[in-house]
Write a protein that binds this ligand. Structure first.
Ligand code: FAD
Ligand code: NAP
Length: 329
């Protein structure tokens, strides 16, 4: 494996942040990952694992080693799916659905690679990765040892996991369980199927999710972005009831930890759609998305994020938490 110096990362994240990596390598196997760990240890370099770059905000140049995870491999059966971490997530979902292997269709069109899916327990349209997860293989970035994690080891939560908290492992493969279950209760999916007079099947849900997402979200190529920039906040029931009195239209959903509120609604109602700092703007199409014209630095993004969080806190008393990884943090 080659270790390259001073490599531009400008086109390696979907938010298109300008950044250079002091060191960069591409790992095509678990053995390559171990070699990268040994190289980083020898040169005393911190490691940043890079997948598709769709949930990553590079806040400056990277002094350490960027390890691009390109470990491929796709094994599909009706009982079990094994994916190399570098496999594109949506290509897998699309291929599986066409092969009649269901249970993943609600997660169609989520950008990025399979290896990053457990990082924030990706979720959309009523399904989360943890609902189909069996186990994963990873390399410990400190010792180079291979480790297996079962579902109960992963600390999965709403857009959270042990891996997002600790960033100590490079995931090399994930194992998932297909399912016959059809999840069509999410309002947007249900109404799309009704309006198209379609039965809920794995294929029709795949089609619904792809069309809804394409219509609703800004395109990452023409409008570089990192998806939802904030998590939907979960607040205690008393807080949600008080807010509902003043704002009866505020979308809210029961959650195991309280009540989940729509962050997009809060940002929109705070008058922030279109708000901008430098080349970063709150998307007019979707208030949870911050787009970038490719020209600006992290300081401007930081100012915009601060403005959004402060305004939402002042207006609604709700603290918004950033969803993507900011590195260096
Ligand atoms: P990266 O952006 O490359 O990395 C993200 C984080 O994971 C970083 O901290 C990185 O160091 C770490 N990482 C990456 N790969 C590995 C690995 N193999 N081992 C260890 N650490 C690793 N997310 C959702 O949950 N639901 C959605 O519906 C959704 N929609 C999106 C729509 C758009 C338009 C965009 C741009 C993003 C969306 N996202 C969504 C966020 C993003 O697509 C997911 O979080 C995705 O899983 C990130 O994958 P990636 O390969 O691009 O990860
Ligand atoms: P939406 O349908 O307009 O709904 C707004 C929010 O309300 C969603 O984020 C969703 O929370 C929540 N919600 C709606 N109906 C719900 C229900 N029946 N039960 C529980 N929660 C409900 O959302 P959207 O912005 O167009 O996104 C659609 C889906 O794609 C969502 O699941 C969203 O998370 C996902 N998505 C994620 C990203 C990302 O980068 N993370 C980007 C784009 C889309 P949840 O987010 O918990 O589902």
């Amino acid at each position: 494996m080659q270790f390259l110096q001073n490599v531009s990362l400008n086109s390696k994240t979907t938010l298109q942040m300008c950044s250079n990596a002091a060191w960069y390598c591409e790992a095509h196997s678990a053995e390559d990952v171990v070699e990268a760990v040994m190289f980083a240890r020898e040169h005393k370099l911190p490691i940043l694992v890079l997948g598709g770059g769709s949930n990553l905000v590079l806040s400056s140049d990277i002094e350490g080693l960027v390890l691009a995870n390109c470990v491929l491999g796709r094994e599909l059966s009706e009982k079990r799916v094994r994916l190399g971490a570098g496999e594109n997530w949506h290509d897998f979902v699309s291929h599986a659905t066409r092969q009649g292997i269901g249970g993943f269709e609600n997660l169609a069109l989520i950008p990025g690679n399979a290896g990053a899916a457990p990082m924030q327990n990706i979720g959309a349209y009523g399904l989360e990765l943890q609902d189909r997860f069996i186990s994963l293989e990873a390399i410990d970035l400190e010792s180079g040892e291979r480790v297996i994690f079962d579902r109960s080891d992963c600390g999965f939560d709403y857009r959270e996991s042990l891996f997002k908290q600790e960033r100590r492992w490079c995931i090399t493969a994930i194992d998932l369980e297909p399912s016959e279950e059809i999840r069509a209760s999410y309002p947007g999916v249900r109404s799309w199927l009704e309006s198209h007079e379609l039965e809920a099947t794995h294929e029709s849900i795949f089609g619904a999710v792809c069309e809804i997402r394409t219509d609703k979200l800004p395109d990452v190529v023409s409008h570089p972005n990192a998806g939802s920039f904030f998590k939907n906040p979960v607040v205690p029931l008393t807080v949600s009831e008080a807010l509902q009195k003043s704002y009866p239209d505020l979308p809210s959903f029961p959650d195991a930890a309280g009540v989940k509120l729509s962050a997009a609604w809060l940002i929109d109602q705070a008058g922030l759609k279109g708000a901008a700092e430098g080349g970063f703007s709150v998307s007019e199409q979707h208030a949870l998305v911050i787009t970038h014209d490719g020209s600006s630095r992290f300081s401007e993004l930081h100012r915009l994020v601060d403005r959004i969080r402060t305004r939402v806190l002042e207006r609604f008393g709700v603290a918004l938490e950033v969803e993507p990884t900011i590195y260096p943090g």
